[in-house]
Design a protein around this ligand. Structure first.
Ligand code: ADQ
Length: 501
């Protein structure tokens, strides 16, 4: 059966994710300009060259007219992208509502404020209905483009209902589903009104993947405790049918970062940064602006460090780059008030206030301790920053993996800087031995770890860096995708064998 499949290296892979890896801007009635956009999944799959990949997803824009839809589909086809068109109301209910206000905070163990929680509870049913409807729309597009022998790889919490919809179209379709966020303890998942329906839909996939063994274990416990199914070392069994559940830790295209450091522009930029911060140690934070990233906690820990270590005040600087994302969809007018949007606004002003206070407190006429930028950096600027950094601070309150920690390590072959890493990021499982692991909620502990990092001997930095660099170089995005897809190919066959036994 394996031999009948297409040659492995030419297999068509349909990658289905909420967002296409492009941002589209309308230039005229029938013309669009497209740009590849940043993000965790995009960074990871850019490294994969083995499959003939097609992307299926939402382009992030509202295109109500047929002329515009046709033109956009045509432009996207050149980038091997196929759009799913979602209207304003669906986006509001499915994306802002169910995905971002319900699943995202729940999967990251973050509660909503009381008034938001009540509003969310009230709109739950309509949002879940929209979620299912949107997933069905994705399924329709996949089904339309599916050819025998293709593998379909569904991504993330936006598309938990998709495996079931796809299997209803075609039970022979090879379907994998991968979650980029944590999967929470079954006690948390149990509180979700649609808990069983979501689990059952995911179980329709042939292979279910998570970043860490812990997330996979939580998922299996949820299936045993909530659905009463049997958990086995391979996955979850339901009336003789096995859904394979396993951990597939993601990586990055490390060579892309290493090569970037040889580009003249990057070298020049590094030189400028070194001059700009001469005589000071550089600490760096790079995060999407999101509640899960623990940005205020990180800055408060830095303040505590400055408070307790007067001699360091003019010798260290924290550069915090926070890119606003997710709800930044200007094409849509959110008339019903968007919870995530107002929480993010609150977070931004909170961060600004803390930064302002600390800079007022510890700054001088010529220098401030914190530079905070509310924007994205281009790839080369990001690489230069990573390379000149002495200490990177990744203090996510929860994070599926966290690729920023990997990218920093990839750029540190010359400097061998220190990574301070939250124990609640999936990356703690892979980079824990080289990083200083911290509980991001414990400001005192994080402040102490900053001191430890700044005072670390060159030998110890070298030893820690060696461990992490080796990991980042050998566990790449490409390997991650290849392993997932090859296991998906095998799993289907195994599951079929089990049934025919
Ligand atoms: P994210 O939450 O987006 O991803 P992360 O893994 O850190 O988190 O990836 C962010 C990506 O965006 C990185 O490639 C980074 O370089 C880039 N980026 C972030 N801030 C930036 C800035 N200010 N300027 C430019 N680029 C910036 C989700 C999950 C993670 C999981 C990934 C992949 O939340 O836990 O690791 O998917 O599975």
């Amino acid at each position: 059966e394996r031999q009948e499949a297409r040659p492995y290296n030419r297999q068509r892979l349909l990658v289905v994710a909420n967002r296409l890896p492009v941002s589209a801007v309308r230039r005229g009635e029938d013309s669009w300009s497209l740009e590849i956009s940043a993000g965790g999944l995009v960074s990871a799959l850019l490294g994969v060259k083995e499959f003939e990949a097609r992307w299926i997803g939402w382009a992030g824009v509202n295109v109500p007219d047929e002329v515009g839809q046709k033109a956009l589909s045509k432009a996207l086809a050149e980038k091997r992208c196929i759009p799913v068109f979602l209207d304003e109301e669906i986006v509001h209910q499915y994306y802002n509502g169910y995905c971002n206000n319900i699943l995202w905070p729940l999967f990251h163990y973050l509660g909503l404020p009381q008034e938001d929680r009540l509003a969310t509870t009230r709109s739950f049913q309509s949002q879940f209905a929209a979620y299912k409807k949107a997933n069905q729309m994705f399924a329709d597009v996949v089904n339309e483009h599916y050819e025998e022998g293709d593998v379909v790889w569904c991504h993330d919490y936006h598309l938990m209902f998709l495996p079931k919809c796809l299997k209803e179209y075609n039970s022979k379709m090879k379907v994998g589903w991968f979650l980029h966020t944590p999967f929470p303890s079954s006690e948390i998942h149990r509180t979700l009104p649609s808990r069983s329906e979501l689990l059952r839909s995911v179980l329709a996939a042939d292979l279910v993947g998570f970043h860490t063994y812990d997330y996979a274990r939580h998922f299996v416990s949820a299936c045993t405790r909530i659905l009463g199914l049997e958990g086995t070392p391979e996955g979850v069994e339901d009336q003789g049918r096995l859904t394979r559940v396993a951990a597939f830790p993601i990586g990055i295209d490390s060579e892309r970062f290493i090569r970037a450091l040889e580009v003249p522009d990057v070298i020049q930029h590094m030189k400028e940064l070194k001059e700009r911060f001469a005589g000071r140690k550089v600490m760096l934070g790079v995060d999407r602006l999101d509640m899960i990233k623990g940005i205020p906690q990180k800055i408060l820990a830095f303040e505590k460090f400055l408070e307790e270590n007067a001699s360091w005040r003019d010798k260290v600087v924290l550069l915090q780059i926070a890119v606003p994302t997710r709800t930044d969809v200007p094409e849509f007018s959110f008339t019903h008030g968007n919870i995530t949007k107002h929480l993010l606004k609150k977070l931004t002003s909170q961060v600004h206030e803390i930064v302002g206070r600390i800079n007022g407190r510890f700054g001088t006429l010529t220098a401030v301790p914190i530079h905070h930028l509310d924007r994205s950096l281009d790839f080369y600027a990001l690489c230069a920053l990573y390379a000149v950094t002495d200490v990177a601070l990744v203090t996510s309150l929860r994070d599926g993996m966290n690729l920023v920690s990997y990218e920093f390590v990839a750029c540190q072959e010359a400097k061998k800087g220190v990574l301070i890493l939250s124990e609640f990021a999936g990356a703690a499982q892979s980079l824990g031995a080289g990083a200083i692991l911290v509980n991001p909620w414990n400001i005192t502990e994080v402040a102490a770890s900053i001191g430890q990092a700044l005072n670390m001997t060159a030998e110890e930095r070298e030893k820690r860096h060696r461990h992490n660099f080796h990991h980042v170089k050998t566990h790449t995005a490409q390997e991650w995708a290849e392993t997932f897809v090859s296991e998906l190919n095998d799993t289907v066959i195994e599951a079929q064998l089990r049934i025919s036994k």
